[in-house]
Design a protein around this ligand. Structure first.
Ligand SMILES: [Zn+2]
Length: 373
């Protein structure tokens, strides 16, 4: 549902762009402002936290698009959009090792041969290093001096991104006053004590301002930081800002290569099902392919169970057999009784086109059954 509303919002953003002749990004930014966000990225980031558009928001967006359509002439873009740029990758070299550095939704990512370094957007979060297991012994990031220099490079960029982000924020949001009062940069409100609704930490105004409104305890997004505790009865404990050692010590992980094919049941059945759809010639057979149960037994044999009403017992799934052969697997099939998706299964065995089948189906249900929406 949330996903649907987000998609709907994006679609409306596109319509808005067409209606106003604004660039897509600018339209989305103008849109986001309607919902109280400084720009589209802030809105998107917020959906990673606890904000999701509801039906009312979608209705508001629709009204907004209608109004835009009624207006003549383009809307003037705001200067905020100057900072809404496509992620840019730069190339560099350190101690003879080539790398690329760029931004990925607020995080800075440096990537080299078989390794990645990520400096999270939340300033108090430790950098994360991932090393491809094939390079786990030889990777240059295993050298702590090399890694320290790399982190330094990434942090310069990270600081720049934060500065860009905070350029629209009120001064009280990046620096608390003498009483420790800070202002929430996205939804406003002044307070000396703030509460993380993600981990229930109590945070001081200066702490949260210094951390660009990410929780110093769990690193969550600014929109999870509220002036009121989530539960008045349990306001949570004050948290310490991680000390320098904690936030500077990178977390090193050895990971699987990015392109690893796991020939497990999920992959095998996806490929087999795809082939079955190729083998299917009627609507019923396609439905049968979609609904067949496919299992992988002991990593050696693919077992397909078809619905007897949908897949003809004597039919040989040629493509599926070919796929199984490529994967070095045996293929067994059986027919069993399921509950077919629609009444009158014979309708689908005679039809090839889904539209034609749908029409016949609607007619039959209208006549002999009930259609509910
Ligand atoms: Zn937290």
């Amino acid at each position: 549902m949330i996903d649907y509303q987000m998609k709907k919002l994006r679609m409306l953003g596109k319509r808005y762009a067409r209606a106003t002749a604004m660039a897509h990004n600018e339209a989305l930014n103008a849109f986001a402002k309607e919902f109280g966000f400084v720009h589209w990225k802030a809105l998107n980031d917020a959906t990673k936290g606890d904000w999701h558009p509801n039906d009312e928001d979608v209705a508001r967006a629709e009204a907004f698009v209608r109004e835009a359509g009624a207006k003549t002439g383009p809307v003037v873009p705001s200067p905020d959009t100057l900072f809404f740029k496509e992620p840019k990758w730069e190339e560099g070299e350190l101690c003879g090792h080539a790398y690329k550095i760029g931004d990925c939704s607020g995080d800075v990512v440096v990537t080299g041969k078989g390794w990645d370094l990520r400096v999270p957007e939340a300033p108090f979060k430790a950098p994360i290093v991932e090393i491809d297991e094939r390079h786990s012994k030889t990777s240059p990031v295993k050298d702590s001096r090399f890694l320290a220099k790399l982190i330094e490079i990434a942090q310069v960029r990270s600081t720049r991104i934060r500065a860009q982000m905070a350029v629209d924020w009120p001064r009280r949001s990046t620096k608390a006053d003498l009483d420790g009062v800070a202002r929430h940069p996205l939804r406003g409100g002044d307070a000396a004590n703030w509460y993380c609704h993600s981990c229930d930490a109590q945070i001081t105004g200066s702490q949260v301002a210094e951390n660009y409104w990410h929780c110093p305890n769990c690193g969550t997004h600014p929109l999870n930081i509220h002036a009121e505790p989530f539960d008045d009865q349990f306001p949570g404990e004050p948290v310490q800002t991680p000390d320098t050692a904690q936030r500077e010590n990178p977390e090193v992980r050895i990971v699987e290569p990015r392109h690893t094919l796991h020939l497990d049941e999920e992959t095998v059945s996806t490929l087999i099902r795809c082939a079955l759809l190729e083998d299917a010639t009627s609507v019923n057979e396609r439905l049968g392919a979609m609904r067949a149960e496919i299992s992988l037994l002991d990593g050696e044999e693919v077992w397909i169970t078809f619905d007897e009403m949908l897949w003809p017992e004597e039919k040989e799934p040629k493509s599926a057999l070919a796929v199984a052969a490529k994967l070095g697997l045996e293929l067994e099939q059986e027919i069993s009784q399921f509950s077919e998706p629609f009444a009158w299964p014979e309708l689908g065995s005679m039809t090839v086109e889904t539209a034609e089948f749908t029409a016949a189906l609607l007619k039959a249900y209208e006549r002999y059954g009930v259609i509910k929406r």
